[in-house]
Design a protein around this ligand. Structure first.
Ligand code: ADP
Ligand code: MG
Ligand code: ZN
Length: 523
């Protein structure tokens, strides 16, 4: 695969910055220093252009460095150098680059300046944007800043969605915000996928599972082999065979532009029949006897999990992602934007903190209601069974309580289930395909969501989502809050929040529609 330079304009290729390298280095930790040296060794061309000053980001799939370059006109400019882990799949890397080159550089989407490669080491060079982590500033943001932040995030989303890009990892760490210059930039297309009609050629490839990191193996057995196939499900079973194509043995790059993969699209399940209304009377005795109950029968225990894209961070995942709905679109990014708005309005970050998808789904239920969640899941073909009913919360009351502007009687707001699981507890949540031959079922046990709040506050566990007083909210008084506009949050803010956090992706507001929302009047 060829990763060609994107643009060389402006960067001097003559060596630079050697004089003060050692001087600056003395201020950075030893391990970072070693990482920088190792990067220079892996990609020697970098040294001709950049003086690498520091490491500014480290994730599962990349390390990001701050580099300084001498420009042709003599100015020195800062760049972010994203060194991808050498095991990244070439097609995945190329797709990330293509998103940046085709859609980036405008509308609050990060652009790309250059790309270096030596053997399997790839470094993406981007303009550096100074920013602070959201945790550091969430306690001091004014309502107006929050309004602008969400507006600019939605602008970035509208833009990439127009290109048929689903980002799949929308969260504050990937939306850089420079408070003083009021600049915003969406970064990290490392998990992006294309819609059926995407304009990004490389996103037409099925990128599911291309990241070579340890991941659960979905089993060698074909999904269809275990279940009887009554006539109504034969079609579906056939479609599912395509879904579980052995990605491990096949090189997707070789079938990049094959007619078949293009026709099928990157989210192969568009044609899946799980959206058809199930006939309850037929389905019950047909394959198993636990459907729509809170038990999991032996037949279902032995089923393989459904394969569906599931990238992202649990707390920001949309319900259709958490339930492994195979038909996922740009609406999943909109949900994540809703979680960010919920976080900013309530002053709590992260808002949802869950170790696994079922806990994340239960946390969503405590805010949006269990019956509402179950109903929405049904609309996208999943049967969710929750053993206790959780009422939906009033969003304004919730946010104001969490901001400390309202008293929080024990029963007014249901604490979220904790990230840790506890075998002694008995609450149960179950997800299945809402079809006669549902194939994915799981069971999880975790702490009762109704754990007494007093006890939770006393324990002060940093692992507790949402209601633990862990943000900087405690530092600021209600009076300071008032000055920042938190005493007069308009209803429009909670109305938009309600629409972004629509449990049903089919009716969820789009980024383009959200920009027209009355909350943004005058922008
Ligand atoms: P990963 O896939 O490892 O999450 P990202 O592209 O999200 O990689 O980058 C990781 C972090 O590096 C970001 O959260 C951000 O803090 C920093 N970063 C990335 N790109 C830039 C940039 N252009 N300017 C400044 N910082 C950046
Ligand atoms: Mg990231
Ligand atoms: Zn069953």
């Amino acid at each position: 695969m060829e990763l060609s330079p994107v643009c060389t304009e402006g960067i001097s290729s003559s060596g630079c910055c050697k004089p003060d390298r050692s001087l600056r280095r003395s201020r950075i930790p030893k391990d970072v220093e070693l990482d920088i040296e190792s990067l220079y060794r892996s990609v020697p061309q970098l040294a001709k252009v950049f003086h690498i000053i520091d490491k500014i980001g480290e994730g599962t799939f990349s390390s990001v460095y701050l580099g300084e370059a001498q420009m042709r006109d003599g100015r020195r400019e800062m760049f972010a150098l994203k060194h991808l882990i050498p095991t990244s799949h070439p097609t995945r890397i190329a797709a990330e680059l293509q998103c940046l080159t085709v859609a980036g550089g405008r509308e609050n989407v990060m652009g790309v300046t250059y790309c270096f490669r030596k053997e399997d080491h790839v470094v993406i060079v981007m303009p550096y944007m100074e920013h602070k982590p959201i945790v550091d500033i969430i306690g001091s943001l004014s309502f107006e800043e929050v309004r602008l932040y969400i507006y600019h995030l939605l602008k970035a989303l509208r833009h990439i969605h127009q290109f048929g890009i689903i980002h799949r990892d929308i969260k504050p760490n990937n939306f850089l915000y420079n408070r003083s210059s009021r600049m915003y930039a969406l970064v990290d297309f490392g998990l992006a996928q294309g819609t059926a009609d995407t304009r990004i050629e490389l996103l037409k490839v099925d990128l599911t599972g291309l990241r070579k990191v340890p991941r659960p193996v979905f089993g060698e057995r074909n999904l269809n082999s275990c279940a009887p196939a009554p006539s109504t499900t034969t079609k579906q079973a056939a479609v599912k065979t395509e879904l579980v194509k052995p990605t491990k043995t096949e090189d997707p790059a070789t079938r990049r532009f094959s007619a078949a993969s293009r026709q099928q699209g990157p989210l192969p399940v568009r044609t899946q029949s799980s959206l058809q209304k199930p006939q309850k009377s037929v389905q019950q005795g047909l394959t198993c006897n636990c459907h729509q109950t809170d038990r999991v029968c032996n037949i279902c225990m032995s089923r393989k999990q459904q394969v569906a894209p599931r990238a992202g961070t649990p707390g920001f995942r949309a319900p259709e992602v958490l339930t492994k709905c195979p038909n996922q679109g740009t609406a999943i990014d909109v949900w994540s934007a809703g979680v960010i708005l919920l976080s900013l309005l309530s002053g709590r970050y992260p808002f949802f903190k869950a170790g696994d998808d079922l806990i994340a789904l239960t946390q969503i239920m405590t805010i949006r209601g269990s019956r509402e969640t179950t109903q929405a899941a049904k609309a996208f073909g999943k049967s969710v069974v929750c053993s206790r009913e959780l009422p939906p919360q009033d969003l304004r009351a919730l946010c104001e309580t969490l901001r400390g502007r309202r008293p929080s009687p024990d029963d007014e707001i249901t604490p979220l289930p904790e990230a840790s699981t506890d075998a002694a507890s008995t609450r149960r949540l179950k997800i299945q395909d809402d079809t006669p031959t549902h194939r994915s079922s799981q069971r999880v046990q975790h702490k009762d969501v109704r754990a007494p709040q007093k006890q939770r506050e006393r324990s002060g566990s940093a692992d507790t989502a949402c209601l633990s007083r862990q943000s900087s909210q405690t530092d600021s008084t209600v009076e300071e809050d008032d000055e920042r506009g938190w005493d007069s949050v308009p209803d429009e803010a909670y109305d938009l929040l309600d629409r972004l956090l629509d449990l049903n992706p089919a009716t969820r507001i789009t980024a383009a529609q959200a920009l027209q929302h009355p909350l943004f009047r005058g922008l």
